[in-house]
Write a protein that binds this ligand. Structure first.
Ligand code: CTP
Ligand code: MG
Length: 192
């Protein structure tokens, strides 16, 4: 039972990995001084119904490096698929374990979908009068997963619902655990 859950989590994580990279790279590249010139807001400072369309937190730099990074992650996954699978089989003693197929096309679509989902969430936040960076619990954590899975639907022609539910469940959990770990390592002031 435990192992079955574990295998489902591994399967879902392997599938969504490009989207995780796409979602976490923009904030890291935003700290690189040399790339500041690429940090123009995607909405060009435009407003809709009195609110910024997306806000200053959604830049061309983030979109470019997020999609590029996520696609590269998928390329690496494609080329290490068998090795990773055999490794997991041996350490978990699960000879039946398989990893979902990853391709560069799928990684690109997942990454683009992740960042479009993130942009849709910012649009909703701005229209709800929430300033850039203001927390919107669950929306902030799940926007990119929803975007990525929806986009993958166009390429794959189907949504693997059991995998999707696992992702909806583990993503906020990973977020909470990650923040607690960063706090424990004194990389963050608050554990949330
Ligand atoms: N980022 C970016 N371009 C993107 C997405 C993110 O440059 N397309 C960078 C921005 O520096 C942003 C940071 O990553 O501040 C964190 O992203 P996110 O939490 O999604 O943005 P917020 O600043 O919280 O803004 P919002 O309220 O719109 O979510
Ligand atoms: Mg945010």
């Amino acid at each position: 039972m435990f192992l079955d859950t574990g295998i489902r989590i591994i399967d879902a994580s392997w599938f969504i990995l490009p989207a995780y990279f796409a979602n976490s790279l923009p904030v890291n590249v935003s700290k690189i001084k040399e790339l500041e010139w690429m940090g123009k807001p995607i909405d060009g400072n435009r407003k809709l119904l009195g609110h910024r369309i997306l806000g200053d937190g959604k830049t061309w730099r983030g979109l470019f490096f997020g999609v590029a990074g996520g696609t590269i992650a998928g390329f690496i996954q494609q080329n290490t698929h068998l090795k990773a699978m055999l490794f997991l089989r041996s350490i978990l003693h699960e000879p039946q374990l398989t990893l979902p197929h990853m391709s560069v096309e799928l990684a690109f679509i997942l990454s683009l979908g992740a960042l479009l989902g993130d942009m849709v969430a910012s649009f909703i936040k701005r229209q709800s009068s929430l300033k850039r960076g203001h927390p919107a619990p669950l929306l902030d954590q799940l926007d990119f997963v929803l975007g990525a899975v929806l986009a993958s639907w166009f390429l794959l022609g189907e949504i693997d619902y059991p995998r999707f539910y696992v992702l909806i469940f583990i993503t906020p959990a990973i977020h909470v655990l990650g923040n607690i770990m960063a706090w424990a390592l004194k990389m963050k002031k608050k554990p949330w």
